[in-house]
Structure formats: structure tokens, C-alpha cells
Design a protein around this ligand. Structure first.
Ligand code: ADP
Ligand code: MG
Length: 622
């Protein structure tokens, strides 16, 4: 078209498209999921805006918030349209080609090193998956604030935009037309599309219709091809009485019409739009939760979530929520920890999607959770900003944290690896233990750091979070153990919980600080994560037991009276030592009972940094 304006794709987008086009990736089906997900997002947006401005929906068919799929076998076109918010000309230019999203280069990089195309949606570039099946794509779009425009591209590095003067007016929304490649003709088959919508779009909260052919049985007049009728009719006409009888007979036995099969087309609803979170948890199967998780995570692999919690909060603030613990932490979970507040919780108010960028729902340290909250208490007709300040949010947040921590505690309780030897048997006998075996260690491996950050940041729930801590100790035999188990094993007379910090267990195992403790049979916790130093500045006690860093001043083991005696008799020697060492090097020289074989050791003062902390701080400032 001569009036079309031409644009070049941004370089990374162009590279991404090349990769998609040349991909030998076998699961091309995913493009439909991405298009339906975009349509659903666009519908969510207009529905949200309509809460404060009814007019925005327009009238007639435009008010129907739905998705429609049509097939044109002759022209080999598959089209998907929505009555969502639509895109202005500027939106089309920005969103579909000229501005690369932050995930674009990350995804390109990933694809070059054996990445999985299936994850395209997670990187915010799902739209381009259309080029898995099409060699030419048209996007027709009408936004309330602009004229209808067409975006088109053959993925040859450029796209064109024209004002649409030839297609039927859309009213509002977007229609994507895929001119299917020769080898992608299967997507013109109705059964294939029905199957895909079932598979990928089960949790889309808008109706998805397919313009489907249907065989209908139709009644048609039967006279012409029924020869025997003539005779009967002639006879029956001989007298009035007989005619009446015959008519009755005819009505019963010989209908004047017959049924024939005809094909027509009509909109067929493909999905069930009842939201899973509105159903009773007892009725939802594990498989359904897993599928729902996959749709929320935009991850359609076969890994199951580690655990989930689906509940209904009642009282002053009513809401329903589903929370999932993913099987793996996203690659940038901690990278962005202090910069971004990326919650993965969707907020709905009375079934209407409001936002997935609500920071107020969960504290940062629980950002690894995925899920949604649907509240009946929050008001619908206010702006996002006002909602953000609504007093109910505090209550919701509080309950969500409790439920999340409960869910994680249960994950541990149900894991046979976690139970102590005495109650192990019982758990093993209770059915599904195999599936739950090792799940908590997996959780700890992926998200342990989040729990530690929680202890640092969330004073209210510190004790609950401390219960979830896992670590190795001098007695744990290479396995993870907990504070509760540590306390259960404490020697009689032991008051404090002993720990030591450092870079690795191997390094710490031979530390002179442990000599005497080990010899006397005391258990010492190894804290080897850099965050542990910070953690222990906040975790002062647990179940009335104080934490004691064994490399710091104040360690008390065994009988103190004996030590007192010894201190007296070595008074002169320690004094001499102190004088011999310059005061800028040491604060004090003391007699200690922490050593067994080594003659002396450098100890940090109670309130100073441990040597490990010094090391961490140095590595951070350098
Ligand atoms: P994402 O959906 O993760 O943002 P996509 O590549 O799937 O990434 O889509 C890019 C952008 O194009 C969307 O963010 C949206 O702004 C726009 N877009 C795509 N499809 C539609 C649609 N059907 N209606 C309105 N906008 C759309
Ligand atoms: Mg998308």
C-alpha cells in the first residue's frame, strides 16, 4: 500500500524474530496461547477502565468482553480478535517492534544457548511467536482514542502501518490475522484449535468463541420424494369422514416433513469461565492446581509447584486467595531484590482483574510466591492509586503472610525427610509421603535466602520464620536440620544456641573455636551464607534461648567456677601478653575454655563484627 508508513524493527527484536522464524522448535502451538493471553490482557484493561467510566465500553457488541477465533481455509488465514482496549497507531509502533522490552535480549541470549521457546511469554515478547506459524501477519486495531490502523509484517526486518480504510470497522479491539505457513496448515482445523484452547487457555476469564461449523438437523417438506403418498391421499379424499380419519392417521404415521443434515456455522464457546479460585478447594484436583499454576507462571513445562494454599478469608475483610511456591526461583529473584518490588500476585476485586503490580499485598521477601487475591471488600470504582491506600490492604497482607508461612511450615511437616527418626515410620505409612519426600530441602535450596531476608525484615513474624530455618551443624551429618531439632538435642545445662560463621563448612569444621565444644559434645551451627552475618544481627533468640557466636566473647561452657579459678592463677601471664601486644591490635587478652589443642585464638568482641563479617564488608567496599 502506497500510503503505508514503513518502520524497521529494533535490532534485538529483529534478531528475536529471525530466531523464531528459523527455529526448528517443534511445539509451535504456543503462539495461540500467547495471542489469547494478550487478548485477555487487553480485555482486562478495558474492563478495569470501565469501572470508573461506563461509557468507555461503547454499545452493542462492543460491550461484549470476549475473544473470537475464525478460520478461513481458502485464504489460509487464522484470525483472533478481541474487544479489548485496542492499540493506537503509536501503541502499534511502540509495542510491536520499535521498543525492545527489557526481557528481549535476555531471551535472545537464552535462545542461543539451548533455550526453551516455550518460555517466551515470561520474557514479555510472546507476540512474536506468531512467526512460528505465519509468514505474514496483520494486526488490525481500534483504540477509542484513534482511528483504526493496520500493522503488517513479513518478518523481514521491517513492518508497515496504515490507516485502515478497507477492512470492516472493529468498533473497538484488535484482530490478529495470521497468514499461515505451508507447513502450519493444521491450525486451520477446528478440532486442533479446540484442543489447543482447552489445553492452554483453561484459565482465561473471558469467553473464547470459535466460528465453528456445525451439523444441524433440519426439517424439510417431505412430499416431493414420497410417491406412495399420492395414492393414499387420493383414496382419503373420497369422503369427508374418511378424509378426517386419514388426516389423523397421517399426522401420526406419515409426517409431511423429513429431517436432513445440513452444515452451518455458529459461535461455539470453547472455555469454561468459572474461575478456579471461586470453587471450593475440596473440589479442585491437584492436576487443576498444577495447570493453573502453569498458566499464572507462563511456564508450561511439566514441573509441579512445590506446594500451594487455596483459602477463603472471612471477617472484616473478605477475600479468596491461591498461593503457589514455584519449583524453582526465577534467575533474577535476588538480583533485583533491593531495586525492584516485583510481586507475582494478581489482585482481583469481585472477579475483575485490577493489577499484577500491587506491591502492598506481600512483603518483598515473599516475592517468590505466585498467585492471586480476589477481594469482595475492596471497592471497585476507584482508581488504582486510591486502592493502593485502602485500609483493607493491610489486613489482607497480614493474612497472606500468615497463610504463606503456614503453607511452608506444612511443606516441612509433610516431608518424611524432615521428621525425626521416631515419627518417621508413621509418616512413611501415610500414603503420599513419596511425593513429598525431599520437598522441603528443595524449597530451602531455592528460597532459603528469602526466609533469611524475612527474619531480617519482618520482626512480627521473626519467630515463625526462624522455625523454617535450615542449616548444617557439627552433628547434622551433612544433612539439614532445624532450630527445633537443635534444641531437642541440647545438652543438659546448655543455655545458649551455639553457632559459627564462615565461608564454608569445610573451612569451619577445623576451626580452633570448635575444639573444646566438639570434645565436650556440644552441637554448633554452621552459618556459611554471607547473608547469615546480617541474619544473626536480628535473630537474637529463639524459644528463650540466646544465640552465641562461638568465635565471639561471652562463650560459656561447662563450670564457670573452675574457669574463674584458672583466670586468677593466670592473671599475671594475661597481663604480660596484653602489654606485649600493641593496643591497636587487640582489646584484651583473656583465659578461655573454648580451646582443646590450639594454644590461643583471636576472638571478636561481643558487639563487634566477626572476622567473617569483616571479610564480607571488605569484599563489598572493594
Ligand atoms: P506482553 O504481553 O508480555 O506484554 P507481548 O509480546 O505478548 O508481550 O505483547 C507486546 C505488547 O503488545 C503488549 O504488552 C500490549 O501492549 C500489546 N498487545 C499485544 N496484543 C494486544 C492486543 N490483542 N490488544 C492490545 N494490545 C496488545
Ligand atoms: Mg503477551
Amino acid at each position: 500500500r502506497s500510503s503505508a508508513e514503513k518502520f524497521e524493527f529494533q535490532a534485538e527484536v529483529s534478531r528475536l524474530m529471525d530466531i523464531i522464524i528459523n527455529s526448528l522448535y517443534s511445539n509451535k502451538d504456543i503462539f495461540l496461547r500467547e495471542l489469547i493471553s494478550n487478548a485477555s490482557d487487553a480485555l482486562d484493561k478495558i474492563r478495569f477502565l470501565s469501572l470508573t467510566d461506563k461509557e468507555i465500553l461503547g454499545e452493542g457488541d462492543d460491550t461484549k468482553l470476549e475473544i473470537q477465533i475464525k478460520l478461513d481455509k481458502e485464504k489460509k488465514i487464522l484470525s483472533i480478535r478481541d474487544r479489548g482496549i485496542g492499540m493506537t497507531k503509536e501503541d502499534l509502533i511502540k509495542n510491536l517492534g520499535t521498543i525492545a522490552k527489557s526481557g528481549t535480549s535476555a531471551f535472545v541470549e537464552k535462545m542461543q544457548t539451548s533455550g526453551d521457546l516455550n518460555l517466551i511469554g515470561q520474557f514479555g515478547v510472546g507476540f512474536y511467536s506468531v512467526y512460528l506459524v505465519a509468514d505474514y501477519v496483520e494486526v488490525i486495531s481500534k483504540h477509542n482514542e484513534d482511528k483504526q490502523h493496520v500493522w503488517e509484517s513479513k518478518a523481514d526486518g521491517a513492518f508497515a502501518i496504515s490507516e485502515d480504510t478497507w477492512n470492516e470497522p472493529l468498533g473497538r479491539g484488535t484482530e490478529i490475522r495470521l497468514h499461515l505457513r505451508e507447513e502450519a496448515q493444521e491450525y486451520l482445523e477446528e478440532h486442533k484449535l479446540k484442543e489447543l484452547v482447552k489445553k492452554y487457555s483453561e484459565f482465561i476469564n473471558f469467553p473464547i468463541h470459535l466460528w465453528a461449523t456445525k451439523e444441524v438437523e433440519e426439517e424439510v417438506p417431505a412430499e416431493e420424494d414420497d410417491a406412495s403418498d399420492d395414492e393414499d391421499n387420493a383414496e382419503s379424499k373420497s369422503s369427508e369422514e374418511e378424509e378426517e380419519d386419514a388426516e389423523k392417521e397421517e399426522d401420526e404415521k406419515k409426517p409431511k416433513t423429513k429431517t436432513v443434515k445440513k452444515t452451518t456455522s455458529e459461535w461455539e464457546l470453547l472455555n469454561d469461565v468459572k474461575a478456579i479460585w471461586l470453587r471450593s478447594p475440596r473440589e479442585v484436583t491437584d492436576e487443576e492446581y498444577t495447570k493453573f499454576y502453569h498458566s499464572l507462571a507462563k511456564d508450561f513445562g511439566d514441573e509441579k509447584p512445590l506446594t500451594w494454599s487455596h483459602f477463603n478469608a472471612e471477617g472484616d475483610v473478605e477475600f479468596k486467595a491461591v498461593l503457589f511456591v514455584p519449583p524453582k526461583a526465577p534467575h533474577d529473584l535476588y538480583e533485583s531484590y533491593y531495586n525492584a518490588n516485583k510481586s507475582n500476585l494478581k489482585l482481583y476485586v469481585r472477579r475483575v482483574f485490577i493489577s499484577d503490580e500491587f506491591d502492598e499485598l506481600l512483603p518483598k521477601y515473599l516475592n517468590f510466591l505466585l498467585g492471586l487475591v480476589d477481594s469482595d471488600t475492596l471497592p471497585l470504582n476507584v482508581s488504582r492509586e486510591m486502592l493502593q491506600q485502602h485500609s483493607s490492604l493491610k489486613t489482607i497482607k497480614k493474612k497472606l503472610i500468615r497463610k504463606a508461612l503456614d503453607m511452608i511450615r506444612k511443606l516441612a511437616e509433610e516431608d518424611p525427610d524432615e521428621s525425626s527418626d521416631t515419627d518417621k515410620k508413621e509418616v512413611e505409612e501415610s500414603g503420599d509421603s513419596n511425593e513429598k519426600k525431599g520437598q522441603y530441602a528443595k524449597f530451602w535450596n531455592e528460597f532459603g535466602k528469602s526466609i533469611k531476608l524475612g527474619i531480617i525484615e519482618d520482626a512480627t513474624n521473626r519467630n515463625r520464620l526462624a522455625k523454617l530455618l535450615r542449616f548444617e551443624t557439627t552433628k547434622s551429618d551433612g544433612k539439614l536440620t532445624s532450630l527445633d531439632k537443635y534444641i531437642a538435642r541440647m545438652k543438659s545445662g546448655q543455655k545458649d544456641i551455639f553457632y559459627i560463621t564462615g565461608t564454608s563448612k569445610e573451612q569451619l569444621e577445623n576451626s580452633p573455636f570448635l575444639e573444646n565444644l566438639k570434645k565436650k559434645g556440644y552441637e554448633v551451627i554452621f552459618f556459611t551464607d554471607p547473608v547469615d552475618e546480617y541474619l544473626m544481627q536480628y535473630l537474637m533468640d529463639y524459644e528463650d534461648k540466646k544465640f552465641q557466636n562461638v568465635s565471639k566473647e561471652g562463650l560459656k561452657i561447662g563450670k564457670e567456677s573452675k574457669l574463674k579459678q584458672l583466670k586468677e592463677s593466670f592473671k599475671e601471664l594475661t597481663k604480660w601478653w596484653k602489654g606485649a601486644l600493641a593496643s591497636e591490635n587487640v582489646d584484651d587478652v583473656k583465659l578461655s575454655n573454648r580451646l582443646a589443642n590450639s594454644p590461643c585464638v583471636v576472638v571478636t568482641s561481643k558487639y563487634g563484627w566477626s572476622s567473617n563479617m569483616e571479610r564480607i564488608m571488605q569484599s563489598q567496599t572493594l
